[in-house]
Design a protein around this ligand. Structure first.
Ligand SMILES: *[C@@H]1O[C@H](CO)[C@@H](O)[C@H](O)[C@H]1NC(C)=O
Ligand SMILES: *[C@@H]1O[C@H](CO)[C@@H](O)[C@H](O)[C@H]1NC(C)=O
Ligand SMILES: *[C@@H]1O[C@H](CO)[C@@H](O)[C@H](O)[C@H]1NC(C)=O
Ligand SMILES: *[C@@H]1O[C@H](CO)[C@@H](O)[C@H](O)[C@H]1NC(C)=O
Ligand SMILES: [Zn+2]
Length: 433
């Protein structure tokens, strides 16, 4: 453009525009670098608490959870490592203990334990990281604080005792579903046909899970749950809930995002939506830019205000991220964009950190309020969670016949179920038994 001006104009006619162009560029550059400094100052003061990250999943996929094979400071083929968390001013990371929900009638509990193990190892073997289990420890950590969150209720295999034991291992948040329905809650996804339901968004047992999470002080995460289930949970939860990695449906019509009517309910609940950076959710396409991501923040702020907003990047869970937000080191670019859009430092300190601390603190306050309540003993009816992996500990009638009649090669679940049903029919129809 400058050469065009020089070529076209004479002496007098090009000097002035070129001069103003240069000074204008100078202004943009300096204000840009001031903005960058202001952003980094703010993030130093309020290091980000990121609500969702799937590095542990990648560690399983790429390294079979063998931490000794990698240096967590600098990991290839992922979007998260210690160096990049530091560059991104991430002060705390909620790590997802995620296992495929198709494991729910198989070994989901063991697989989940293995993911918790790898997160706990990661956060204790590296001196830059620290596992925390309370809002207070989270806020006062001088390291990158790690929180553990289970991603999907299938991980507890419909057992409140399993839920409690996960709490003992340091889990402080659980998403009620992933992309499968559980026997007691409904997913936003219709990808799998587990436990189909039309109007039973949260069963009696599902309500018991919510109450027990309130009692334990575990954050209820509604990302991945259907809107119906989310609504049912918000109506009964005594504590605020989160959507740990979901964006605004009004901006991008994806069923993983939150519609405005549900945002209003979330505000009533004093909960938190942690905006997801995945291109599919922010731009409704495989590509996107920082501006697309910022639009979700602007929209949610317009609908319910900034106090109920956080950030849950979904790095290493999703595959496509907006240009300029490719990994966890890029968060300052997002915060800078919000500053440019007129977000105040107070609003941003909330988005970065304080809103999550408030919600976690409130969840703990409800736990303290419920201190006198005994652990829930609710059990899911066998008919609601029947699957070949459940051993019938106390069958209604003696089962000696079923073992005698079972084919000796009954390896598969189908054969076992068939044998059991056959045995029950025998019991039912044989008056002598
Ligand atoms: C990370 O490791 C790669 C090689 O695996 C190297 O090229 C890169 O410079 C390293 N980055 C840092 C920040 O250490
Ligand atoms: C977190 O710690 C800072 C001081 O480091 C304090 O000013 C702030 O009130 C704390 N926030 C919460 C929610 O405890
Ligand atoms: C749920 O649907 C079943 C039929 O599938 C119906 O019998 C029942 O009344 C419905 N319950 C509610 C609360 O709508
Ligand atoms: C971001 O992408 C949108 C299309 O979704 C486009 O309209 C907009 O101009 C882009 N913004 C920037 C800053 O590149
Ligand atoms: Zn997810």
């Amino acid at each position: 453009m400058l050469s065009w001006l020089i070529a076209k104009g004479g002496h007098d006619s090009w000097i002035n525009p070129a001069k103003s162009l240069v000074s204008c560029m100078f202004f943009v550059l300096t204000s840009g670098s001031n903005m960058r400094e202001r952003t980094l100052e703010l993030m130093k003061k309020y290091p980000l608490i990121d609500g969702h990250n799937d590095l542990a999943l990648q560690l399983r996929i790429l390294h079979n959870n063998k931490l000794s094979q990698i240096d967590l400071h600098n990991v290839s083929n992922v979007a998260t490592d210690i160096n990049r968390l530091k560059t991104g001013h991430v002060g705390a990371q909620v790590f997802a203990a995620y296992v495929m929900c198709t494991a729910q009638e198989k070994d989901a509990v063991r697989l989940t334990l293995e993911q918790i193990d790898v997160i706990r190892r990661m956060c204790s073997e590296y001196q830059e990281l620290e596992l925390v289990t309370s809002a207070e420890a989270l806020n006062s950590s001088k390291k990158i604080a790690c929180l553990i969150s289970i991603e999907g209720g299938h991980s507890i295999d419909s057992s409140l005792a399993a839920l409690r034991m996960f709490y003992q291992l340091g889990v402080r948040s659980m998403a009620l579903t992933h992309t499968c329905n559980t026997p007691w809650a409904e997913s936003s996804s219709k990808l799998y046909s587990f436990y189909p339901r039309s109007n039973n968004s949260l069963t009696k047992f599902g309500k018991a899970v919510v109450a027990e999470m309130n009692r334990l002080g575990m954050i209820i995460d509604l990302s991945h749950s259907s809107w119906d289930t989310a609504q049912a949970v918000i109506q009964i939860s005594r504590a605020p809930v989160t959507f740990s990695h979901s964006s605004a449906f009004a901006v991008c019509k994806h069923d993983r995002n939150i519609p405005d009517w549900l945002l209003h309910m979330l505000k009533e609940n004093k909960g938190l939506v942690m905006v997801n950076m995945h291109s599919r959710f922010v731009a409704c396409s495989d590509s996107g830019n920082i501006s697309n991501a910022a639009d979700h923040f602007d929209h949610i702020k317009k609908v319910i205000g900034a106090e109920w907003i956080g950030i849950g990047g979904d790095y290493d869970g999703a595959s496509r991220f907006p240009h300029g937000l490719e990994d966890v080191s890029k968060y300052p670019a997002l915060i800078q964009e919000l500053l440019l859009r007129g977000w105040s430092e107070e609003e941003l300190s909330g988005v970065l950190r304080d809103n999550f601390l408030r919600v976690f603190g409130e969840v703990e306050r409800v736990r303290d309020e419920l201190k006198g309540t005994i652990p829930a003993e609710e059990q899911i009816p066998f008919s609601e969670a029947a699957n070949p992996c459940r051993l019938v500990l106390r069958p209604p009638k003696p089962v000696t016949l079923s073992t005698r009649n079972a084919p000796s090669h009954a390896q598969s679940g189908h054969a076992a179920v068939f044998a059991m049903v056959f045995a029950m029919l025998m019991i039912h129809f044989n008056p002598l038994l």
